[in-house]
Ligand binder design. Sequence first.
Ligand code: PHE
Length: 467
Amino acid sequence: MAASREQFGSRLGFVLAAAGSAVGIGNLVGFPVNAAKNGGGAFLLMYAIFVFTICVPVMMAELAAGRNSAKGPLGSYASLTNNNKPWSIAGWLSTITPFMIAVFYTVITVWIFEYLYNALTGDLAELAKPETFGAFINGGDIFIHLAVVIGIVNLILVGGVKEGIERSAKILMPALFLMLIGMVIFVLTQENAMAGVKFYLIPDFSKITGPVVSGALGQAFFSLSLGMGILITYGSYMDKRSSIASSAKMVAIADTSVAFCAGLMILPAIFSFNPQTDPTQLSDSSVSLIFTFLPKIFLALQGSVGYFGASVVASVFFLLVFFAALTSLVSIIEVPAASLVDQKGYSRKKSLLVLNLGMILFTIACTASFGMVGWLTEFTEYAGSTKSLFDVVYDVFYDTILPLNGLLICLFVIYRWKKHNLDAELETGDDGFKGSFLERYMHFSLGTFIPVILALIFINTVAIKFF
Ligand code: PHE
């Protein structure tokens, strides 16, 4: 059935869709906070080096395996190894991981939707109260908002690759870029903003420690949506005339630029409206920053731009994050959806229906694990503390299995699928690739130090998280 497989309509469409997947909450909030706390410009430099020396080769490997097999991860690993059993485990891992990450990402996207809805319709003073977050995540409305988010994501997905994913990315991504630029300009013109820019950008190499280095790599890896089967799946919809190398570079540049601009929006905002900010008080967690700290800043804005102006800024901010989260969610649900279509022969609609039933069940369980249901809230215990179902999903899939999936794809393309097949796919649609520096670099890096680094991260995370 490979001949009838849908494809992205243009290279720009592919790049926007893949950038839509890559640009998410991680870029808009996680990156700025990490950069500001961990060495500013020094962190940025290190992050950019990781993106281009480690993440781009892994991204190209995923795209090549996907495009060559014209299948999602389950089918890719199977068909490129003639159904080798051990490798099919890698295919399963790359299919279950996105499903579970989609579950916890949906939970957070629903919270963002709650804040967006309230910024548009409600009072910012209410939104900025410390107890609001707790009340929201345990309020009955959350299930209505969950239905809205799942509804929007499915409306996009049911349209298919070209009419759904590509078309929505072509609207949502430019809108996101424009809103981001608008917010950056607005924030930078506020009083005291330069203190934030300095705090964000002045390099402090003394902050670069071992954990900061591995944190930066983890952030880059996650930010480019690697290890989730997404790029294998999107690769399977790529046409043979496009260059994988230059598309991957464009996605990486777009993703890194958005992360960089997000820093220029968030840090100066914090400093401008809260000049006494003690940098060390910034929480590591993106979640607490978006949902507890930033609403206070939006409220403080009322002093300078008025009640209405502050609500507009808050709404634009949450809309920005919501769009970013939507395009990421679409990409991640596409992975198991494509697998059901490829492997079980389901129609797209049937596969989405089956997946949604599972997802809704898990998402409701995770949503209820913040206090609504006792046994889900105190689901298990490891590393000396009680963990909710949400914590377990996060720790296992997000933190641990992602680097493992990355490790497996590197070993797979070089040692099992073999370099010459990888090369042939990368050379397709790219006349300059054969014999290039990038080609030699791909062989060397994917066969040596990248898997070693990913293996170390995996082992280290297991040791820290679970023991
Ligand atoms: N790259 C996304 C981010 O930075 C991560 C992600 C992608 C999460 C796809 C879920 C689905 O937020």
